[in-house]
Design a binder for this molecule. Structure first.
Ligand code: ADE
Length: 236
């Protein structure tokens, strides 16, 4: 896909679910221009001289799917999602970063018809992240002295606050983190042939304290996301 809203090639789309996850990136964009595509508000402009698109999807897989399609329609040639997640893998702590190798929808369940969990028509509901973009995100997070994990992220339309549910998702999908958008982004990007990567900062460990931990951590996220994105762009 070429042109679209920006009329340029090599346009990276930046996406987060909530305002706090993208606010600092939005403020750093020069020559911002607002467009609405498929009902989604998209900011186009330059970040450190690189053409970018930015969108806040809203929470959940349906919002993420629509926004991904809108960014593709607007001319994105790759997509990076940044935000927070609950850590469910062994040794993953609040403040760590998880860069997805692949993503799966943990709430896709047609096992009653003999399909594996997370699978529809023999295909994993999600997708495999681009290794180059993911390497760049991991390097960006490491440059901020974060502990970086690489592995599977599981998405569903549920905020997980139960250790039992967290452990079940971790075990069933070999997942390191849970969140509510990434696998939808992955599935749409895969369908559209758009390279993508997902970085999640661990805000909580998906247990009984998740809501409080999430609320405290999320305030720090804007600057972390901006720093990693700038680092990624500097490698391009
Ligand atoms: N995003 C951040 N923490 C989460 C959790 N515990 N469950 C789902 N999404 C999250």
């Amino acid at each position: 896909m070429t042109d679209g809203v920006t009329g340029r090639r090599g346009v990276i789309a930046l996406m987060g679910a909530m305002d706090v996850e993208v606010a600092a990136i939005r403020q750093a964009i020069c020559q911002p221009r607002l467009v609405t595509v498929l009902g989604c508000e998209i900011t186009s402009g330059l970040l450190d001289g690189h053409p970018v698109l930015l969108a806040e999807s809203g929470i959940g897989k349906v919002n993420a799917s629509l926004t991904t399609a809108a960014l593709a329609q607007a001319g994105a040639t790759s997509l990076v999602f940044v935000g927070v997640a609950g850590g469910v893998g062994p040794g993953i702590q609040v403040g760590d970063a998880v860069v997805a190798t692949s993503l799966v929808q943990h709430d896709v369940d047609i096992t009653v018809f003999g399909h594996a969990p997370g699978v529809i028509s023999g295909v994993l509901a999600g997708g495999v992240a681009d290794s180059g973009l993911s390497d760049a995100l991991a390097a960006g997070a490491r440059a901020l002295n974060a502990t970086v994990h690489r592995g599977i992220i599981a998405s569903g339309d549920q905020f997980i606050t139960s250790p039992d549910r967290a452990a079940a998702i971790a075990q069933q999908f070999d997942a390191m983190a849970v969140e509510m958008e990434g696998a939808a982004v992955a599935q749409v990007c895969t369908r559209l042939g758009l390279p993508f990567a997902v970085l999640r900062w661990i805000s909580d460990t998906a247990d009984g304290h998740a809501e409080t931990d999430f609320g405290q951590f999320v305030q720090k996220i804007a600057q972390l996301d901006l720093a990693v994105v700038k680092q990624l762009l500097s490698t391009r």
